[in-house]
Design a protein around this ligand. Sequence first.
Ligand code: SAH
Ligand code: SF4
Ligand code: F3S
Length: 448
Amino acid sequence: MKKKLYIETYGCQMNVADSEVVASVMAERNFEISEDHDQADVILVNTCSVRDNAEKRVWGRLRHLNALKKKNKSLKLGLIGCMAERIGDEMLEDKVVDIVAGPDAYRNLPYLYDKAVDGEDAINVELTVEETYDSIIPKRMNDSISGFVSITRGCNNFCTYCIVPYTRGRERSRDPKDILAEVRDMIQNGYKEVTLLGQNVDSYKWLPEGETKPVRFHHLLEIVAKEDPALRVRFSTPHPKDIKESVVKTIAKYPNICKHIHLPIQAGDDEVLKRMNRRYTVEWYKNRVEMIRKHIPDCSITTDVFCGFCGETEEQFQGTLDMMKWVHYDTAFMFKYSERPGTYAAKKLDDDISEELKGERLSRMIELQNRLSLERNNNDIDKVFEVLVEGTSKKSEDDFCGRSSQNKMVVFPKQDAKIGDYVRVKIARCTQTTLIGEMVEKIDKPTI
Ligand code: SAH
Ligand code: SF4
Ligand code: F3S
């Protein structure tokens, strides 16, 4: 009989993609996915360490899951992902979990499970320079129409505040053949949208054997876009220091590459950016935005930004707000700085902004962005957007929801269309987060 595996995933899209790799590895060894943790033989929690509150959430959850062992004596609880890499050894020692596997050790999971069953320590947090999970076709977990494919793993940038290079190890690119195999598998399974993932997609580089010219990110985008004109292509995350005109031109050229660039700014002051080791200036970032708008006038631009980094003055914070206004972001993920043990900032810089001030600055950022998002959405009224139908609107059974190429949520009354169809929708009104309109017609594939 098959054993049952329950996976819970926290953190970024990379973790969502990795959980599918894990499901595939485990399926090879006679595990099937269960939607119910009460039925599981093994529970794996895929975790994030990027901010302290991300870890706190998982701690609470692990305590709860651990209690299930009282009822189910043979249940094994495993910690995987970034927290496993950062503090998995302590958690195993304290018997919070039975299995620990870092992001490069997932092939090892069936073996680690067997060890745990035998009552032995089951841990592998080794980071490698070569693991890219080649030839493992991820096991897609639901009948979604949109999925992720990793194109690089790890990160070499060492932004001073960031834990990712420590939990994910050195950057490596995946063979375009393996990437394409995954994309084809998705197409065959009815997927309509793929997001190519890397911590810095612009540094993607692969040298095929016997060739002298490497495959770069814009080549890869083109290869994937050409595979099927009815498959939408997105990507995350480009790095402002590295994003190239060739990439932007490729986006402009193919209707099925979405007109949305998520370009994390982090801060809007040169001194702060330098302390963060971001390796670009405000001027440079503005130049990149102008370059994007030149080639793709209707491109949406979104960002990650955080306040309260070490030594941030009121004036420097004001620089961030000014920059948010200058770019006029469509949306933004906004955070408070959270010191991560082991990073350069934790070792060398003073986390000197009080929690109270961080909170106050974050509120000001959010308030500003809410206004900017609403203004952007207001601008979309009366325009027509191509929308991929994702499902029924959460608020109303009678409405569909889906995203525009610009990645905005669009809601419209149900008509002759189904999930996975492309439709044109004319926008009549909006909220800060959603465009609301009427369907105009169905189309076969993206056209603009
Ligand atoms: N590789 C991506 C980001 C990955 S982490 C990039 O460079 O853009 C996602 C976001 O979390 C970051 O963009 C940053 O805004 C935020 N973040 C990372 N470390 C943080 C920390 N220590 N405190 C608060 N926010 C942080
Ligand atoms: Fe972290 Fe910087 Fe790498 Fe992004 S680029 S993952 S912020 S170190
Ligand atoms: Fe979190 Fe690791 Fe992703 S720290 S943001 S899960 S790479």
